[in-house]
Design a protein around this ligand. Structure first.
Ligand SMILES: Cc1cc2nc3c(=O)[nH]c(=O)nc-3n(C[C@H](O)[C@H](O)[C@H](O)COP(=O)(O)OP(=O)(O)OC[C@H]3O[C@@H](n4cnc5c(N)ncnc54)[C@H](O)[C@@H]3O)c2cc1C
Length: 402
């Protein structure tokens, strides 16, 4: 009789659910998923929760394999030596393998007044807190969205389409990821929706007050509701538990997603930093990384050498309200290219992606092992180049931007 293996997965987001489902391939593996909420948060729709067009929640029974035990709790510490995790509400839990998929949340709100007066929307609870604030504000109240990455752009468009008076303070360039052509298309749509876009090097918020934001050059804008979307941060659980992390707190791993400290710990999603060259924090990367993390554990159980990641990208999809969107095509190494689809077709492309995500998870729940995006070729050559440059001491980030 074969021995049973206990795998504990921390975090029931895109990466954690994908990994947990995939692990049910083996009948001799017991999978426990620990997550603080009883429902799956479809984070890519959180701006819609803010705008009132979706609740951004999916029942776990729709995306999680029957064989996975869901524990609604929070891990407060990982004890790698004892191979156990401490839970906030319910004692400790032992594991043979641990998958660290704790995801991300808002970046620390270090700008004066931001923690007190601005509303981040990176987690379900944050988005839910903002909703009634917007409902209570008069329709004409000035709303400022800080940060013009995809989350900021999507939120600004969503609120403007709902009739709000929105200013988007970019903190630099509008949509830094976008190709110049794609950026022009987004700027045009935002203008049509009535969003005032403030970009350029001075367009940084330096202070937030109850009813205004101050910009770098001293200009003050009235702002009855300030929405903060600038940057993601990660939970400090790995660092707090004495595990090696990158500078922001992502668990440091090798190319098989195995912790550099401990072969029994594997990471995936936004909270993983393979070779200290993390992937773009995105659902697009989280699901393949979740599948790869599960494959790493399954390979070890089978006595085989785990494969390295070969993450490839194809696009960034941004909704611009409910009727318009942009599918910004990218090369496999995640650099935006000239081609994009915008307008109504762009909105449909984005909606298709949002719908296909839970479907991928559900498919993996019903047929573990069927997901194969993480096995697609592409992106490998560039990553190898980055790894070589890193080993040789060259600045990887500069290389990446090239
Ligand atoms: C508004 C918005 C729109 C976005 N749109 C897109 C998009 O269009 N495309 C895209 O690719 N990406 C998008 N993203 C980014 C994407 O949502 C994240 O990159 C993705 O959620 C990362 O997946 P994950 O599984 O690593 O982490 P998460 O989805 O963050 O899941 C992590 C889970 O772990 C739980 N957890 C954390 N700490 C603990 C603990 N100590 N114990 C137990 N559980 C814990 C969390 O509560 C959470 O449920 C968007 C994000 C936001 C906020």
């Amino acid at each position: 009789m074969t021995e049973n293996t206990n795998v504990v997965v921390i975090g029931g987001g895109y990466a954690g659910v994908m990994a947990a489902n995939r692990l049910t391939r083996r009948a001799d593996v017991t999978v426990t998923l620990i997550n603080p909420r009883p429902d799956f948060v479809h984070r890519v729709r959180l701006h819609q929760l803010v705008g009132g067009s979706d609740d951004a929640v999916v029942a776990y029974q729709d995306v999680l394999a029957d064989g996975v035990r869901l524990m609604v709790d929070t891990v407060t510490r990982i004890d790698a030596a004892e191979r156990s995790v401490t839970l906030a509400a319910d004692g400790t839990l032992d594991y043979d393998y641990l998958i660290y998929a704790a995801g991300s949340g808002s970046a620390e709100l270090s700008v004066p007044g931001a923690a007190e007066f601005a509303y981040p929307i990176s987690t379900l609870e944050e988005a839910q807190r903002l909703r009634p604030v917007l409902d209570a504000a008069p329709a004409t109240a000035p709303v400022t969205v800080v940060g013009a990455g995809p989350t900021g752009i999507e939120t600004a468009a969503e609120l403007a389409e709902a009739g709000r008076t929105v200013t988007l303070v970019c903190g630099g360039v509008l949509g830094p990821y976008l190709h110049a052509r794609g950026r022009r298309s987004v700027a045009k749509r935002l203008a049509k929706l009535g969003v005032t876009v403030i970009d350029g090097s001075d367009a940084k918020v330096t202070a937030v007050a109850r009813d205004a934001v101050r910009l770098a050059h001293g200009r003050e804008l009235p702002s009855e509701v300030t929405v903060w979307t600038a940057g993601f941060g990660v939970p400090d659980l790995a660092a707090r538990s004495g595990l090696s992390t990158d500078a922001v707190g992502r668990l440091l791993t090798d190319e098989t997603l195995t912790s550099v400290d401990d072969e029994r710990i594997v990471a995936a999603g936004d909270s993983a930093a393979p070779s200290n060259l993390p992937q773009r924090m995105s659902c697009q990367a989280a699901m393949p990384l979740g599948a790869r993390a599960a494959d790493t554990v399954l390979s070890r159980l089978a006595g085989e050498q785990p494969e390295p990641i070969h993450q490839s990208y194809w696009a960034q999809c941004i909704s611009l309200g409910r009727r318009t969107g942009i599918f910004q095509a990218a090369n496999r190494s995640d650099v935006a290219v000239w081609f994009h689809i915008d307008g109504g077709l762009g909105a449909r492309a984005k909606e298709f992606v949002c719908n296909v995500i839970p479907k991928h998870l559900a498919d993996e729940a019903h047929k573990p092992g069927s997901y194969s995006v993480h096995r697609m070729s592409g992106g490998v050559a560039k990553r190898r180049q980055l790894l070589r440059a890193k080993r040789a001491g060259a600045p990887a980030a500069a290389d990446r931007a090239a």
